[in-house]
Every structure is written in C-alpha cells, then in structure tokens.
Design a protein around this ligand. Structure first.
Ligand code: SAH
Ligand code: SF4
Ligand code: F3S
Length: 471
C-alpha cells in the first residue's frame, strides 16, 4: 500500500444524520413539507452521489421536485470531464437568478467534480452570488453540517479543500424506484491518463470493504432490485488498497453467491489490468452479465503512450479475443477520444481500423476537451477544430454502421430480457435489456416490469432492438 486508506468514523457520519434531524425540526416547524431539487451531471458515480445527497435531504424532511421554482433547496451535482458539461452547468446556475428572485429564501448549492477545481470555485465565488454553498466530492459526507451553516449564518460557504479522499459508510441513500441500482465499490482514480481531470477531483483509489459491499448488494436484492451495476473509475483495481486483498473477480463471485434473481453489471474496466481471471469469473458466475465496457480511447500506439494508458493496440486486441473466448456472446462497448493533441490523420486511421476489427456493440465517442492542469493541456495541438470534427464524424458513422449491423444480427432470434420500465410511447410501451445490456423495446402490460421474459426480435436500428414477447 503506497498511501494510507482513510476511513471516516461511522460516529462522524451519524453526527451528520443528527444534524439532519435538527434541520428537520427547523424547516418543518410549521408542518409544511419543504421541497428539494437535485440535478445531476456526469457519470454514474455522480448519480450514486446524488442518491446520498437525496438520502440526507430526505432525513431532513424534504420532499423532491424537478421544478426549480418549487424548490426550497437546489443542489447541482456537476461533472468536469469535458468543457461542454461545465458550460451547461454555468448556464443553468446563471438561470437560477430567476428562481431565487421568485423565492428569496431558496438555498442554491453546487457540488461535484467541477467545483473541486480551484479556478471553478473561484469563478462561482466571484461571478455567481446566487450560489450559497459550494462543496467538492470529498465534503459530500458533511453536507448536512454545511447546509446548517448556510441556514444559520446566512452566509456563503465554500468547502473545496484539496484531499486524497476517504471511504465513508453509513450515508443514507434515496435510490430511484424500479429495477436498476448503482452500487459504488470504490472511489477515485490513480491512473492519471494525461487528458483526464478525474484523478485530480476525485482523489486516490480507495476500495470499500467487501463485506460492506456484499451487505449492500444483499439489501438491494431484498428490496427487489434486479439489475445491479458495480461502480468504480477502474473496477479492475478493486481491493489493491485493502489489508486483506480481495480482487474484483473475487468480489463478483461473492456477490454472485447472494441468493435471488438478479443481474450483476459493472463499469468501468481499464484495459491495462483486465485479467483472464476476471473473464473466467464472468463466464462462470451465472448472475454476471456478459457485458464489458472496455474503453480503448485510441487505436494508435503513439497516442496510447502519450495518453498514459499503459497498453498497446495489440495487447488490447488480445484481451478482447481472450474475453470473447470465455464469453462468445460478450457485448462489448468502448469510449474513444478523437483529436487528442497532435493526433494525425494516420494515427486516427488506426482507431478506425481497430474499431473495424473489434466491432463494438456500441461506442461512446468524444472530441478531446482541454482540461486545466492536466499534462495534455500543455501538449502542442496543431490541428484545427474542423480536422477534429471531420475525424469525429467519420468515427460516428463507422460506430453507427457497426452497431446497426450487430443489432440486425439479433433479428429473428429469441432473447431473454429483463423488463425495466415504460417508454412513454404507444406502439412499444415497455423497455427492457438483454443480458448484455442492449435495449429492447416491447409491447406489453406494465405488470411485466421487473420480470424476465423471452422475446423474439422483430426489428432493429443503430440504437435499439424491437421485439415481441414469446408465449
Ligand atoms: N474511468 C473511466 C472513464 C471516465 S471518463 C475509464 O478510464 O475508462 C469517461 C470517458 O470520458 C473516458 O473514457 C474518455 O473517453 C472521456 N474523456 C475523459 N477525459 C476527456 C477529455 N479531456 N476530453 C474528451 N473526452 C474525455
Ligand atoms: Fe480518467 Fe484514465 Fe482514471 Fe479513467 S482511468 S478516470 S480516463 S484518469
Ligand atoms: Fe464527470 Fe466526475 Fe464522473 S468529472 S465523469 S462526474 S467522476
């Protein structure tokens, strides 16, 4: 272990829950239920954090709304991964001037990855007086204390100290009702890919204890969740910081051992340390979905090296082959960045040929976005926005074509799906997912939600499959 694994004492978390009760007395003294709105940007980790913010707010007696004009407390949980996400947050925070004018007592909080960057916290302080409370991911566990300070002192609070982060148990959570649940197994990232802000804002890798994770998974199953996604920036590093090492494959096996009818998914896997043991475990554990999100980022060795990804194109391809040898039905998805500083036409072409070779079920493609303080931000970048857009368009076209072809292969086949919700559309009113996570639209009664059914695939396009329930 190269650094201390910090744990927040459970007593300190309980103190926060006591503060929730004090706030409850304060805001509910007139018997009127106050409302809160939590708006989330970014990845599933942020969704999971918002469930904790809602958990605390529920302890304080708040109900929830999605209408900012109705909210007494607004929390905006932000993402810093690309500039576009940050611009949207600034736009939306700016617009809250109107809601605050209509409700002068409204409390506006901005939290999450974005505010953990010094220049952003400063900008909020100087140019967005509408914001009352700013707190980074490391301070989320003391949200009640911070909110009480804002309420009591009627002054702005900024809590964004730099930190490596801790493991915190016992924060209440309000999850979305339904079939799917997020389950964080670790926090932070040690990889420092040269383009990425996450390690700077989320701190070092730290794992929850396996017994805490298994207990939570068991509770989720008992509550009726059927589709559990284990979350971490790189789940393959799970357990490296624990005194009694349990690796990610061991953890899957432990969760697979929980009685009940449910699916285990996970994200994200880093290709540098996805192991044969993991693929074998996935194949052997009947509850584990044959689904792998394995971000490749680029198909060119020079670019992979300057990205600090720690694998080569060949190693990546070998890994995919190995995974498929254990799971021939594996659904494979990826993330790709185009326009990394200095990426040439030829280098980009290697990404295209890799995608042709691997044939992903779906690809998430991004144009490189410069992040303050990362090594890539100071690398020479002679190519224009138009060059990058051209590459992006070519990659999107290829991704769509391959997804469309892969989806067409399902037509006429019968697949097992878990019905997970309603689409709001008349013709295909239900949505469902295959074991590999592909979206299937269905017609049927909504009492099927939460059930596993066999479906004959009748049509498909780039984004989804369409099916009929087989009787
Ligand atoms: N931990 C995950 C990814 C987290 S961020 C992993 O390593 O796979 C999700 C995706 O956003 C990344 O996979 C990457 O493709 C993209 N991304 C991250 N930083 C970016 C940047 N500066 N510009 C464009 N895309 C970026
Ligand atoms: Fe970012 Fe790389 Fe860590 Fe993923 S592994 S969060 S891309 S630094
Ligand atoms: Fe964004 Fe933070 Fe997730 S930067 S992608 S919300 S870890």
């Amino acid at each position: 272990m190269s650094y201390e694994r910090k744990v927040i004492d459970i007593k300190d978390v309980r103190r926060q829950i006591d503060i929730c009760k004090e706030i409850y007395e304060h805001v509910n003294s007139d018997g009127v239920t106050r409302l809160a709105m939590v708006d989330t940007y970014g990845c599933q980790q942020n969704e999971a954090d918002s469930e904790k913010i809602r958990g605390y707010l529920a302890e304080m007696g708040y109900g929830f709304t999605e209408d900012e004009f109705q909210a007494d407390v607004i929390v905006i949980n932000t993402c810093a991964v690309r500039e576009h996400a940050e611009m949207r947050v600034f736009g939306n925070v700016g617009a809250l001037n109107h809601t605050k004018k209509a409700r002068p007592d409204q409390i506006i909080a901005v939290c999450g990855c974005m505010v953990q960057q010094e220049h952003i916290a400063k900008k909020l302080k100087m140019s967005y007086p509408v914001v009352d409370l700013v707190f980074g991911p490391h301070e989320l566990w003391r949200f009640p204390e911070l909110l009480r300070q804002v309420m009591a002192r009627k002054k702005r609070i900024f809590a964004t100290e730099n930190d490596t982060g801790a493991v915190i148990e016992g924060i209440p959570q309000v999850r979305k009702e339904g079939v799917k649940a997020w389950l964080s197994i670790m926090y932070g990232c040690n990889n420092f890919c040269t383009y990425c802000i996450v390690p700077y804002v989320r701190g070092r890798e730290r794992s929850r204890l396996p017994e805490d994770i298994v207990r939570e998974a068991r509770e989720l199953v008992a509550q009726g969740y059927k589709d559990i996604t284990l979350l971490g920036q790189n789940v393959n590093s799970y357990g490296k910081d624990l005194d009694e090492p349990t690796d990610f494959a061991d953890l899957i096996r432990m969760i697979n051992g929980i009685e009940g009818d449910f699916i285990i998914r996970f994200m994200t896997s880093h290709p540098k340390d996805a192991t044969e043991k993991l693929f074998k475990t996935m194949a052997e554990c009947e509850k584990c979905a044959h689904q792998l999100h394995l971000p490749v980022q680029s198909g060119n060795d020079r670019i992979l090296k300057v990205m600090n990804r720690n694998y080569t194109r060949e190693k990546y391809i070998r890994q995919v082959e190995l995974a498929r040898s254990y799971m021939p039905d594996l659904v494979l998805t990826t993330d790709i960045i185009v326009g990394f500083p200095g990426e040439t036409d030829e280098e980009f072409n290697d990404t295209l040929t890799l995608c042709e070779k691997v044939r992903y079920d779906a690809m998430f493609t991004f144009i490189y976005s410069k992040r303050v303080g990362t090594p890539a931000a100071s690398m020479p970048d002679p190519f224009t926005r138009e060059d990058k857009q051209r590459h992006f368009d070519a990659l999107t076209e290829l991704a769509n074509r391959i997804s469309g072809e892969k989806h067409a292969e399902y037509e006429g086949k019968t697949v097992r799906v878990l019905v997970d919700g309603e689409t709001g559309k008349e013709e295909y009113n239900l949505s469902s997912r295959t074991n590999g996570g592909r979206l299937v639209h269905l017609k049927g009664d909504k009492s099927l939600i939460g059930q596993t059914v066999d479906v004959k695939i009748t049509a498909s396009n780039t984004w989804a499959l369409y099916g009929e329930i087989s009787i």
